[in-house]
Design a protein around this ligand. Structure first.
Ligand SMILES: Nc1ncnc2c1ncn2[C@@H]1O[C@H](COP(=O)(O)OP(=O)(O)O)[C@@H](O)[C@H]1O
Ligand SMILES: [Mg+2]
Length: 413
């Protein structure tokens, strides 16, 4: 690979003459690194720039919680660390080899020497001025990128939270009956083994056969109850993520009913009455979409109603309406979720979908719920969500989404 054309791409090399560029290329050296080897670490003193001749690297930062946040990947023909040639401030990110790599390195001292010893002297002054600006821009870019990634990470967690909350609720409710059945079956299993039962039946072949069947059945029941018990225990720990991104063909009415079934425990505790009004024409209820995502959308809206529309615990009415969206080709569904609660103040209405906007920070609100809902509806379901609300009258969320969700190549969904 010839180095010069690549070097010309480096912003502050572009103004160097071919002559100087050639010298510059002559000054560098080639080094190789192994897979997983760290090229340099964030905070390291910088002394050289790198051109990738072969291989692939990852550039990342480590956030406050110690997680890696990938900023970008680069491969042959790309360069990085170029600011090092102009100043020695610490590296602003970490670079690691994803494959065995070969780099062409230009060292700062050599570069400075070249500049100072040539006509480029003048230009150097200009560079020095520019450096700070370039680096600040780079830093700003990194910061922005970092903020974006942290937001995404947080949204992911929040997405799990509402579903996990419900799963935990269901698991909790199941625990008690399962425990009782477990004890009962255990007792039966022990009793059918007892001599008190076996002895008097010793002469009766038919009764013995029945007893043997009962023993086997009791054993089977007891084994499977404890399996169910374990499943419930583990259920809470399962990552729900895998469940959500699966495209399925479902009956939308049934799906909505199923979701409400999951929410039932909460609804009961919060005295919420949920009414489903189904206007979907028979034979037109099939949705080819993502049940997991719709579950997240609906449960987020329901949890918000519980928390914000009817906060005093006295409960209220929630109406869920399903219909075909008017005048849409291809066909779209329309799902409205309406409450008759406190409503949203006009000055807040435009902000509710914004990440981190919440009026419930003190009650543990993160302000991510509706941002996620918005995200899912537009990104995954290829639809739209709108809201109408009046203080002390109530709030209506309307979700419109296509009956057949197109495949999304980019995200692989
Ligand atoms: N049904 C509703 N009735 C009244 N206010 C609501 C309703 N749904 C959402 N809100 C308002 O929208 C804000 C943002 O909601 P959300 O993004 O889910 O964040 P969080 O639930 O963490 O507060 C809430 O803090 C609340 O003020
Ligand atoms: Mg919420």
């Amino acid at each position: 690979m010839t180095i010069e054309p690549i070097l010309k791409e480096v912003p502050f090399f572009s103004r160097l003459s071919d002559d100087v560029l050639k010298k510059l290329a002559g000054m560098g050296q080639t080094i190789t690194m192994k897979e997983n080897q760290v090229v340099y670490q964030e905070g390291d003193e910088s002394e050289s720039m790198f051109v990738i001749l072969n291989g692939r690297v990852k550039i990342y930062k480590v956030d406050e919680q110690g997680y890696d946040l990938e900023l970008t990947q680069m491969d042959a023909g790309d360069f990085f660390g170029e600011l090092a040639l102009l100043d020695s401030r610490p590296r602003s990110a970490t670079v690691v080899c994803l494959t065995p790599c070969e780099f062409f390195i230009i060292n700062q001292i050599a570069f400075m020497g070249l500049l100072l010893g040539s006509r480029a002297k003048l230009v150097y002054g200009v560079f020095a001025d520019l450096t700070g600006k370039i680096r600040d821009t780079t830093e700003a870019y990194f910061k922005e990128e970092l903020a974006k990634q942290m937001l995404q990470a947080e949204m992911k967690i929040e997405r799990h939270r509402s579903l996990a909350q419900m799963v935990a609720g269901v698991a909790h409710e199941l625990n008690t009956p399962l425990g009782i059945v477990n004890t009962a079956v255990d007792m039966i299993a022990k009793r059918v083994q007892s001599d008190a039962l076996a002895a008097p039946l010793s002469g009766d072949k038919a009764a013995q056969a029945i007893l043997a069947d009962m023993q086997e059945a009791a054993h089977l029941a007891s084994r499977n109850i404890s399996r169910a018990h374990n499943l419930v225990q583990n259920f809470k720990k399962i990552s729900v993520n895998q469940l959500t991104a699966v495209k399925e063909t479902v009956d939308l009415t049934v799906l909505v009913q199923d979701i409400l079934e999951l929410f039932k425990i909460n609804a009961r505790q919060a005295n919420l009455t949920i009414e489903v009004i189904d206007h979907l024409p028979e034979g037109n209820k099939v949705w080819i979409g993502y049940p997991g995502y719709l579950t997240q959308v609906l449960t987020n809206l329901l949890f918000n109603i519980e928390k914000y529309a009817y906060p005093d615990g006295n409960g209220g009415i929630i109406e869920i309406e399903l219909s075909m969206a008017p005048e849409r080709d291809p066909a779209h569904f329309m799902l409205t979720v309406q409450d008759y609660g406190r409503g949203i103040a006009p000055e807040n209405l435009s902000q509710i979908f914004t990440p981190f906007f919440t009026t419930g920070r003190r009650q543990g609100g993160t302000g991510l719920g509706l941002a996620i809902v918005h995200n899912i509806v537009t990104d995954a379901l290829k639809g739209k969500i709108t809201v109408e609300s009046d203080l002390n009258v109530g709030t209506t969320f309307t979700v419109i989404f296509p009956q057949i969700v197109a495949h999304d190549k980019e995200s692989g969904r």
